[in-house]
Design a protein. Sequence first.
Length: 222
Amino acid sequence: MNGREAMLGRIRSALGVTSQEIARNATIDDRLRRAPAGVIPAPAGVTPAARVALFTRMAEKVFATVARVASPEHVPAVVAEYLRSHNLPTAIRSGDDPRLTRLPWKETMIELTRGPSAGKDPVGISHALAGVAETGTVVLVSGADNPTTLAFLPETHIVVLRASDIVGDYETAWSAVRAAFGKGQMPRTVNWITGPSRSADIEQTLLLGAHGPQRLHLIVVG
């Protein structure tokens, strides 16, 4: 018996159960199958426009920058302008997400490479699954399309997000993740990113880029 089995055995003994109770197991299976929603706070922006406005305001409050574009085709030009304005290299790295790789990068000076970052890429770009208006958070799921390393190793992280994917609260964002992957098919990692990396551990002085990207630029499409 390993440590985990011993611990669970002591819990079962304390509760007076054997793990074989039919009614109890049926209740657990039903709850896992239905995944009932918890308490959801008051709506954060009752209209799509209000949610985008709140998302932008909250993201900028935590030191992210936000740009708006009408359609995906405008993303490369906006990225190029951002890189120029911050004197950053034109080489960026993305995963295999077709929503990014199919964009007209060749119309700019940007050199787009693909794959996980080994820590030497100055700029990474990802596509978010969802955004949360109440906190200005972007939700990224791991995988070949959007490797987690791109969200943490480059000093500058650019995230593309569809306006229609911005929801009011965390609970709705989790529902979007479940809807995208389905039961038993969840991604290995779901990263919730609110602003660039920062810390005030030393003398309460805020330092950006303490444990990850120094800059977070969000591009909202639509």
